[in-house]
Design a protein around this ligand. Structure first.
Ligand code: TYD
Length: 147
């Protein structure tokens, strides 16, 4: 599947670095929720779900984490270790996260409030939704940012 990274402009000077995240500028959706993962145990596997209708941007503010992404056509691994690179997580993409470094702080921006009903937590059901029900990702977000 196509991996969509967003390069975030760094504002650096002798004092250090700053990155701003702005709705509809470098974040291609309405930001309605922000959450972050930290103090994650290094042997932990998180995620293991897809969202029916949610767009997210994951930014490794500190440290490193590996994502497995699958749009139904097979898994793809992505290492996130650069706070100036965000990873776009589209709807109907199965995601898993592992290999968290001890210091990892993973920030996630989302276009919807938390809704447990939006989760697909069964991989076989996810594949059925994509391949049998035709509910796979249709390419909406890339157009929105010109990616
Ligand atoms: P969970 O979905 O298990 O996290 P992950 O998919 O990263 O492994 O979420 C852990 C807990 O946090 C669970 O009780 C639901 C809660 N939660 C919220 O209350 N709001 C949120 O925005 C998120 C993402 C989770």
């Amino acid at each position: 599947m196509k991996i969509e990274r967003i390069q975030l402009q760094q504002h650096g000077d002798s004092r250090g670095m700053l990155i701003a995240l702005e709705q509809d500028r470098n974040v291609p959706f309405q930001i309605r929720r922000v959450y972050y993962l930290f103090s994650t145990k290094c042997d932990v596997h998180r995620g293991m779900h897809a969202h029916r209708n949610l767009i997210q941007l994951a930014v490794p503010v500190r440290g490193q984490v590996t994502f497995l992404l699958d749009d139904g056509e097979g898994p793809c691994e992505v290492v996130l270790d650069d706070p100036s690179q965000g990873l776009l997580l589209r709807r109907m993409v199965w995601r898993e996260m592992y290999n968290f470094s001890e210091d990892c702080v993973l920030m996630v921006l989302a276009d919807q409030l938390y809704d447990p009903a939006d989760y697909i937590t069964d991989y076989a059901a996810f594949l059925r939704d994509v391949h049998v029900n035709g509910n796979g990702y249709q390419g909406d977000i890339a157009a929105c940012l010109g990616l």
